[in-house]
Design a binder for this molecule. Structure first.
Ligand SMILES: Nc1ncnc2c1ncn2[C@@H]1O[C@H](COP(=O)(O)OP(=O)(O)OP(=O)(O)O)[C@@H](O)[C@H]1O
Length: 684
């Protein structure tokens, strides 16, 4: 039990942490400038969202009324055609009843309340129809006319057009959007439209869903399928096999989970397929869309979320997304489309409430750990990748947040994105949200690779049945860890499972694994965790100098590989033209500028140094030249030293200002330029 004073302190700390996650308190003048600017932008964005919501509501009312009127009109049509078959001069009392049918009446009333034209049309049609025998299909025609009439639409506040004929027309229209609020209005209107479409899609029949999914024009992104055969990785430094004979395929439009005990080689596997396995000797083959091409040729459309954070703590959630989108989306994509993509990701990931909060650093707390994880994923989602590789994106998330993340990824998969992720201990609900499973045993050997739905059946065929009330993924991992002994009739040991998988699929079994057949009484496996030591060199006693030389060689080799990976250009097959180096340089500079403004302490020290430098320079001038107006000069130098960085930062971070001024700002701050370049290259 904590004493009351400590208890209240803890309570206060918790409250403070919560408060900081949602509101960002500036701690210096430069922060204040940014915050005020952002608050103004947030206000205009919220106004845009409100206006779009109003429009969407109006559109919904219009749609309801139109449906009601159509229903009423067809009812009317049916009744009238009945009536006209009867004697013309005979007035059926039922007719009046039908025309005054309460439901229809209500709907017609609703529709006529929207536009007076309709009420007059109803009047004239009903009397005319009754009296003169006008064809009731005129009613439908007039309705269509009304639907196409821009003035009428304006009367019901349908401000944004609802049907764009094609993308080109839309892009032309989009080019006219300039202001912040126009862009956001456009983005929110699109989002509302997508939501409405989603709602409509819920009512589709199975065949309609299939035909929709197979329509080529719905697939915006190029598809990437990765197949790998006999993929093995050996750590060069230790001559240790960490991934062995992995064969399989990850497909577009599907989410594959990679699971296995700790140290099984899951991260290594992801690095291998992403072409990021540094310090390793790779054997076997990796095919992209069935062709033997380098995965680096597609790096512009591959999103990689590593285990460690890639977010910038001194930027807000939205800023993080915006910078990623600006640098990695196609350069010719209109700005409003980029904003729309960012907004969509914020919504999909449920980050709306923290969009303006700082992500946070070690010194300054920001959003929660779960939100931070989602931001990590979002950074890659905003670049609209075709292949997404994620290393433990759900670790540290509760079940609800993990499911939210999976739902967001499912939406990506519906667009044809190929998603492969490492996941630890998923709940049963989460486990069932995956399409495929790659189960690795220690030593990087495959135990299962196929649909999630068939994994239980496969293990049951081996005689391994999942005990009641045990989560299947937990049970599989326990077996592979050697914690649980497989239940069932077969008596299969966990060490046999990789070879069982090879035999099940007719894959060749490596020689050293065949040798141990007698041990298991079958054509079986060696201990998969056993390290391969082909030349026995690891047992060799080496002198200290030889070992040091060996280590230095490995480090140098690793550095060389890193440089080659970062700077050597491979043929680009991604069909995406991202912004050029100068554009990217500009984005990085703006980003670094914002970060520096927020790092108030470092900024203050920088200013202090500049102040001292200015003072020194000023005193020197004063000492050597008495007649040059030294005092004034000193103060000028000091003032410029202090003010220049602030002025340049402000100019550089303004979204719309004189291009010349901005370029001067970029040129005048070489240190930032250098920083931006280093960061840019380190991140690629
Ligand atoms: N660069 C490296 N240097 C030394 N050992 C390495 C290196 N990379 C991987 N390994 C070893 O390879 C094995 C597989 O590592 P990997 O990170 O792929 O495992 P994992 O399944 O992702 O583990 P976890 O679930 O704990 O993250 C481990 O035993 C690890 O120690």
């Amino acid at each position: 039990m904590l004493p009351p004073s400590q208890k209240s302190q803890q309570l206060w700390r918790n409250k403070d942490a919560k408060r900081q996650a949602h509101t960002y308190t500036p701690c210096c003048c430069s922060d204040q400038v940014l915050t005020t600017r952002e608050r103004r932008m947030a206000k205009s964005r919220e106004a845009a969202a409100r206006s779009v919501r109003k429009t969407a509501n109006a559109r919904q009312r219009w749609k309801d009324a139109k449906d009601a009127a159509k229903e009423g009109a067809s009812g009317l049509q049916a009744q009238l055609s009945q009536t006209f078959t009867r004697k013309k001069d005979f007035v059926d009392p039922e007719e009046t009843k039908i025309l005054n049918k309460p439901a229809t009446e209500t709907k017609i009333e609703l529709f006529s309340s929207i536009h007076p034209l309709f009420s007059s049309m109803i009047d004239s049609s009903s009397t005319g129809l009754k009296g003169k025998g006008i064809d009731p299909s005129d009613l439908m025609q007039t309705m269509n006319q009304m639907e196409n009439d821009a003035n009428i639409r304006n009367n019901v506040h349908v401000e944004t057009e609802t049907r764009e004929k094609n993308v080109t027309a839309r892009v032309t229209k989009e080019k006219q959007l300039n202001t912040h609020s126009q862009i956001f209005k456009y983005a929110y209107a699109q989002l509302e439209k997508e939501k409405a479409q989603q709602q409509e899609n819920k009512n589709l029949t199975f065949s309609e869903v299939i035909s929709m999914a197979t329509k080529n024009e719905r697939r915006k992104r190029p598809l990437i399928e990765i197949s790998f055969r006999d993929l093995s990785l050996t750590l060069k430094a230790h001559n240790k096999l960490i991934l062995r004979c992995v064969t399989g395929k990850i497909k577009p439009g599907r989410i594959a989970a990679v699971m296995g005990p700790s140290g099984a080689g899951k991260t290594t596997f992801l690095s291998a397929i992403a072409g990021k396995a540094l310090g390793c000797k790779v054997s076997g083959s990796i095919f992209v869309n069935g062709k033997n091409e380098s995965i680096h040729s597609y790096k512009k459309i591959i999103g990689f979320v590593p285990q460690d954070d890639i977010v910038h703590g001194n930027l807000t959630v939205e800023e993080n997304f915006r910078f990623s989108a600006l640098c990695r989306l196609p350069a010719d994509l209109p700005k409003q489309e980029k904003v729309l993509i960012v907004e969509r990701v914020i919504e999909f990931l449920g980050l709306e409430s923290v969009r303006n909060s700082l992500v946070g650093t070690v010194e300054k707390r920001g959003i929660s750990g779960g939100q931070r994880k989602r931001v990590n994923v979002g950074l890659e989602m905003v670049m609209e990748p075709s292949l997404m590789i994620l290393d433990e994106p759900t670790s540290g998330l509760d079940s609800a947040s993990s499911q939210l993340l999976l739902r967001a990824l499912r939406r990506e998969a519906l667009e044809g994105v190929n998603i492969c992720m490492v996941v630890h201990q998923p709940s049963y609900a989460l486990f069932n949200m995956f399409d495929d499973l790659i189960l690795l045993a220690k030593g990087g050997l495959t135990v299962y690779h196929g649909p999630v739905k068939k994994v239980e059946e496969y293990f049951a065929d081996l005689g391994i049945n999942i005990p009641k009330r045990i989560n299947p993924p937990d049970y599989f991992i326990d077996i592979l860890e050697g914690i649980a002994v497989p239940s069932g009739s077969s008596g299969v040991s966990y060490e046999e499972l990789p070879v069982r998988w090879m035999l099940h699929n007719g894959y060749p079994v490596p020689l050293d694994m065949q040798k141990n057949a007698a041990q298991f009484g079958m054509f079986a496996t060696a201990n998969p965790a056993r390290e391969k030591d082909p030349d026995g060199s690891s047992h060799e006693e080496r002198s200290f100098v030889a070992e040091l030389w060996h280590d230095v060689g490995n480090v140098m080799e690793l550095k060389r590989e890193k440089i080659r990976l970062n700077f050597l250009k491979s043929k680009d097959l991604s069909d995406r033209k991202t912004p050029g180096i100068f554009k990217q340089y500009k984005y990085f500079l703006i980003r670094v500028g914002k970060q520096r403004l927020r790092e108030s302490k470092i900024q203050a020290i920088d200013y202090l140094i500049l102040l001292l430098a200015g003072a020194c320079l000023g005193s020197l001038t004063k000492a050597s030249d008495q007649t040059f107006g030294a005092a004034g000069y000193t103060y000028t130098v000091i003032a410029w030293s202090v003010l220049l960085p602030v002025v340049l930062t402000l100019i550089a971070t303004q979204p719309k200002d004189s291009k010349i001024l901005k370029n001067i700002a970029y040129l005048c701050y070489p240190r930032w330029a250098l920083e931006a370049f280093i960061i840019a290259n380190a991140e690629r």
